[in-house]
Design a protein around this ligand. Sequence first.
Ligand SMILES: Cc1cc2nc3c(=O)[nH]c(=O)nc-3n(C[C@H](O)[C@H](O)[C@H](O)COP(=O)(O)O)c2cc1C
Length: 224
Amino acid sequence: MNRREFLTTTVAAGTTGSVASTAVAGERKTVKILGISCSPRKGKTTAAALAICLEAAQAVPGVTTELIELAGRKIGVYDPADPKASQGGFADLIPVLSDPNVGGIIVGTPIYMGNLTSLCKAFLDHCIVFRREKFALAGKVGGVVAVGAGRNGGQETALHSVQASLLCQGMIVVGDGQPTSHFGATLVNDGKDSIASDEPGLATARNLGRHVAQVALQLAATRK
Ligand SMILES: Cc1cc2nc3c(=O)[nH]c(=O)nc-3n(C[C@H](O)[C@H](O)[C@H](O)COP(=O)(O)O)c2cc1C
């Protein structure tokens, strides 16, 4: 088995981890990882958690990142009768998200009532445009971050809800990487709009960012 066959087999089998950094070392491929904050509040804890993820992603050689905040974009409830009418600032994001250089997308949501925000759901529903455009997001790596006020405030529920939408796009959904390795990044707001003291949560954010970056690079290395 040559190196490329090994890599392809490894990715197809869903095996990631320490193999990733060595497997891509000689390929000189680059990928971009986007972070999408679905908080109605700009620059708050969800954006901060995504910034931690992206910092860890960017530490992987060959990876660039960009944080996009949905706050203020006026993305409305998806109306099947007239989807464009409620798109708001989502329209500008269509070419950004579907750019072939984007290898991974990390969606971040605050917890509202035990689940994702309505802004996050509206964003994910508007993303049906990609499914209809030959699955333009298919093959990109997806990760999810959730920030709540409680330790068990609904973070895991929200992760699974967002992951369901990403799976409907044909995306390759991953969780936080080793050693935490569960469903994604889960963080707690300390009540003063800070996540800085949530060391276990910060670890999941770093591990998610690195994992998304490594898998995206692995996949890029298998594509011509
Ligand atoms: C309407 C509303 C509902 C909320 N429901 C929950 C909840 O069910 N569980 C939880 O842990 N936190 C809940 N929170 C707290 C937010 O998830 C938390 O403050 C989060 O850090 C906000 O993210 P942001 O700083 O990016 O806006 C709620 C906040 C609001 C405004």
